[in-house]
Design a protein around this ligand. Sequence first.
Ligand code: ADP
Ligand code: MG
Length: 523
Amino acid sequence: MPTDSVNSLLASSGDAAAVAAARPLRVLIIEDYEEDALLLARYLLRAGYKLDSRRVETASQLESLLDDPLGWDLVLADYTLPSFGARDALALIQARGVDLPFIIVSGTIDEVSAVNAMRAGAHDYVLKGHLERLLPAIERELADASRRKERLETEAELRAVQQRFSSTFNQAAVGMAHTSTDGRFELVNQRLAELLRVEPEKFVGMALGEFVLPSDRLAKRALLEDLIAGKRTGFRAEVNMLRTDGETFPAQLTVSLLSRDHDAQPSVLWVIEDISARKAAERETSELMTRLINSERLAAAGRMANTLAHEINNPLEALTNIVYLLQTYELPSQATEMLDVAARELERVGHITRSTLSFYRKVPGRTLDLYQVLNEVLQLFDSRAKQYKVRLEPRFGEEIRVARYDPALRQVFANVVGNALEAMETSGGTIRLRARISGGKAIVTVSDNGHGIEPRYRDAIFEPFFTTKGERGTGLGLWVTRGIVEEQGGKLELRSCTTGERHGTTIRIKLPVFSAAASPSRL
Ligand code: ADP
Ligand code: MG
């Protein structure tokens, strides 16, 4: 090593100490003179780096050191080594795709070679005679490299985020699209393509409006115009959509404006859900409700007619007897004629009441066992219970099959379970349906943890037409229920609480267990 470089080393190392903080630095020194490498290392150590350096003389040494998992911060390379020079090292490092600051430190380097080396990717060059330039060069190159690394990381993160967004968009379970403000498709996800049965690439040039039923499109136009004018931030609407094959389906649209930079045109974001399943469930529920209410009304009408017929029957019989007796008296012929008319009319009334009674009398022999009755009721309410987030908890076993009843009993439990469900519509909860046989009686309890019944209504709820449900109620359920239970020789008891933890209602129905042969009905 020429003396001037040694001097320069010693002279500048004092300043250098001020430049570098005590931070780790892992350096590959490509140098054939061990002594020069040692001097460089000493220089860096005195500059304050916690140095970890290796001297490299051959390509294979460099290759194996580049495999070091800890990695390197910097390469300092002599320009011309007998077998292996800075240019070869540079090429090798670049081929690896590693971003390592590369500084040529050479005793002599002519300007042309220096320029060529820089063109080939060296970051800087320093003459051994001017080592005072080395530290600033290292610091600058380390800072540049760390900026490059940071940028690469940020770009990779950005790519990952974009990737996540695009897979969220594409794999979403709902249809999604971006359109221009005049409705032309800009971006369409997989699900929407499936919903509309259009190949994704065919959306180009099509407008979303083409897939909405014209009348619905017209009806929602004002909403869309307000959105685009900035008068609202978004809206939801139900429309009927039209597939290319002419099939329609109900859809829920959630529409919002995507604002981008000020100068770019805004886009409209559409989230499109196929709600045919929900609509079908709603329809089914409302049909079920209608059926339930109708059967409740029918049972009520039956009970009313039956009661009337019973009430009329006794005085009617008395009257018929009286008229018969009167007919045996010697009376003026006019009176006898009038009595004949009365007898005929009474006969007619009798016929009406008798046929009313027989009409509502149960079909003899058609009975259902209690297990079957309760299971049918549970099945009837299954989908409504799910909709209200109410759990139906059956607690009965096959032993209750010994009790057989008139199919009218279905109505009893349907009314009671229906009321329990309606008391938990908004809160959810559990309905326990217990049944057991004890002491010749079947005991069925239905308990809910709904809102309960206020004490002042305890009696009123069994009266016909009393309801707290406004238009939705008939007020006939409990009246019919108690009627049928009592007609079967049973009893209905009620316990209810509207406050505290134990709010809810329990209805207990006790019915005699008849043997299959005996008539279970007093109708
Ligand atoms: P409806 O159900 O049509 O109102 P019902 O005769 O079946 O008629 O019931 C009468 C009233 O009794 C209901 O409106 C309700 O206020 C009350 N009710 C019945 N069962 C329950 C219950 N399980 N929980 C709370 N309230 C009930
Ligand atoms: Mg009811």
